[in-house]
Design a protein. Structure first.
Length: 255
């Protein structure tokens, strides 16, 4: 079932979104050479507890994971691109780190992801991460009333494919609101003019991600972390976006 949110509900999601954006900004700043990624997980736990928020990840047990997930943030390093289960690992110079974070505040969810490069950046990684951000901007621009899911998906795919990346279609964006995953699914590949019509009140998590090499994935021994099949590096960008009469409104921003 797809729930179109009222303007009041969207405002509440924006409150959650500002918190999500603030946490990701703080943790991104802490992602430095010599930092153990578990420090980021523990800091996220404290921020969630201090705010009185509820983690969408803790105890999450979907069919695609070996649940329950017992962390509050996904931290994916280098060839890990999605659902990275935090574990003791000291960040090295040049590592690519994706941070994916979702919480609920007063019953309303927001979800966002960023990719940062630790220490000295490699130009290939800069280009990779930048392409996912560009694709996210294109997806947001296409998220207007009267367009369809396929228009958003096609906008993402064009950026990735034009940059030479292969795009996996197993995992993509999704609806959200009262829970983290709601209908509709938003693939990162699609055909313009196809799929669900976008109407004011629809709230979506748009999340382009891909790797420099293979589009195929393998599951890590923890049963959660998804890595590129060929060991190539990945990047991930995500925002929570509301479709409004005035156009798309990004909810996971600081202001």
């Amino acid at each position: 079932m797809i729930e179109l949110k009222t303007p009041q509900a969207i405002e509440k999601m924006a409150v959650t979104g500002r918190f999500v954006a603030g946490v990701l900004a703080e943790l991104s700043g802490l992602a430095e050479v010599g930092r153990d990624v578990m420090d980021l997980e523990l800091r996220a736990r404290k921020l969630v507890a201090d705010r009185g928020a509820e983690s969408c990840y803790w105890d999450y047990a979907p069919s695609f994971g070996r649940g329950p997930f017992r962390n509050v943030i996904c931290l994916s390093v280098n060839d890990a691109v999605l659902h990275g289960q935090p574990h003791p690992y000291v960040l090295q110079d040049g590592d690519v780190l994706s941070l994916d974070f979702a919480v609920s505040i007063d019953g309303w969810v927001a979800d966002s992801a960023v990719t940062v490069i630790v220490g000295t950046p490699d130009e290939r990684d800069v280009r990779l991460a930048g392409s996912t951000r560009t694709a996210l901007d294109a997806a947001i621009a296409a998220a207007v009333p009267g367009n369809r899911i396929g228009d958003v998906s096609a906008a993402i795919a064009k950026v990735g494919q034009d940059a030479g990346y292969r795009i996996n279609t197993d995992f993509g964006g999704h609806g959200l609101g009262r829970t983290m995953h709601e209908d509709p699914h938003v693939p990162n590949v699609g055909r313009p003019g196809r799929g669900l019509e976008l109407k004011p009140g629809l709230t979506l998590a748009l999340e382009p991600w891909w790797c420099t090499g293979s589009a195929k994935l393998r599951v890590d021994a923890d049963g959660w972390t998804l890595r590129s099949a060929d060991g190539s590096r990945g990047a991930h960008s995500e925002h929570t976006v509301a479709i409004t009469e005035d156009g798309p409104r990004v909810l996971t921003v600081l202001s």
